[in-house]
Design a binder for this molecule. Structure first.
Ligand code: HEC
Length: 289
């Protein structure tokens, strides 16, 4: 029965709008395959440390085109233990900090929006509350194959030894940046962040980190169900300044980080660099729903 015809005009219009909104809502996640990515505690391992051959075993191979994930994808949990415990490149270990967090990452799109879903079990905590307001924050970055080496190193191109809380960091305002980064020419990372207090940020990292101004982020929602966190981002495929415009058939460099247990600054768990493809073969494929 076509009952919409029987309803007065204004109500019918409202119904149509409601149906339209439902169509733009997140996909049925139970049908979207997940990619297991273990984020790990990186200690103090800025790109300068990574590329300096004397200290990092992978420096030479990276130069020849081997990716971080190519060497390390399977062993990030073991790596994280070394830094979290202070055994390696972490002068200020946090007591009881877990070395890694296993995350399930899912992505989908509907022709207008990209949907990204992250889920993981809350690890034990109890460290210093650096960020009193937010027990948890999750951020991800996208890069459009313009920043040199980003296809190999993911977010590490933004991680430098002179940023705040890093060993050579003298300027408390200095955060992430890309060497030679600029919005013009597309040499930047798009940056989106959700915070458990309810914050959503849409920014970018070019010559400096900017946490606002983006037009792509529609929503970032997270909730803890039992001991599991589930965070879902809804982001327009198109965007404004500092937003990478996403297109079907293309792949982008992708990495993400979780600030667990009230941490801030560099005291996060991070992923290696992966690829996100829209209807394209990649580490994570966002297929059209
Ligand atoms: C050719 C393989 C290779 C590549 C590529 C590579 N690494 Fe490594 N990495 C190593 C080796 C070998 C070690 C030393 C492991 C050890 O001492 O047991 C290491 C150590 C590390 C460590 C210290 C923790 C540990 O387990 O010792 C970090 C952090 C790290 N790499 C991050 C990276 C990042 C980030 C990239 C990419 C920007 C990268 N690596 C690329 C091989 C590689």
């Amino acid at each position: 029965m076509n009952y919409i015809r029987l309803i007065p005009g204004a109500v019918a219009a409202a119904l149509v709008v409601a149906i339209g909104a439902a169509e733009a809502a997140a996909p049925d996640w139970s049908k979207v395959p997940g990619k297991a990515i273990t984020v790990f505690y990186p200690g103090v391992s800025p790109i300068e440390w990574i590329t300096k051959g004397t200290e990092h075993g992978g420096a030479r191979a990276l130069k020849k085109g081997e990716s971080c994930a190519g060497c390390h994808h399977e062993e990030t949990a073991d790596m994280g233990k070394k830094m979290a415990s202070g055994q390696k490149i972490e002068p200020k270990p946090i007591k009881g900090k877990v070395g890694s967090i296993a995350v399930n990452v899912q992505a989908a799109h509907d022709g207008a929006n990209l949907y990204m879903r992250f889920s993981w079990k809350q690890p034990v905590g109890g460290g210093e509350k650096m960020d009193k307001d937010n027990p948890v924050k999750l951020a991800f970055m996208l890069e459009d194959n313009k920043v040199e080496r980003a296809n190999l190193s993911g977010c590490w191109e933004t991680c430098h030894s002179d940023a705040r809380t890093m060993l050579d960091g003298k300027d408390d305002k200095k955060t992430k940046y890309v060497a030679g980064g600029a919005l013009a020419g597309g040499k930047y990372y798009d940056l989106l962040q959700w915070t458990s207090k309810g914050g959503k940020f849409d920014g970018y990292v070019a010559d400096k980190r900017v946490m606002e101004g983006g037009k792509a982020l529609i929503d970032a929602k997270g909730e803890k169900k039992g001991d599991e966190w589930v965070v879902v981002f809804t982001r327009k495929l198109a965007g404004g300044e500092g937003d990478i415009a996403l297109a079907s058939g293309k792949t982008y460099n992708f990495g993400f980080a979780i600030h667990d247990d009230h941490t801030a600054g560099r005291y996060h768990h991070v992923s290696l660099g992966y690829t996100l493809g829209l209807d394209a073969k990649a580490d994570i494929t966002a297929a059209k729903q």
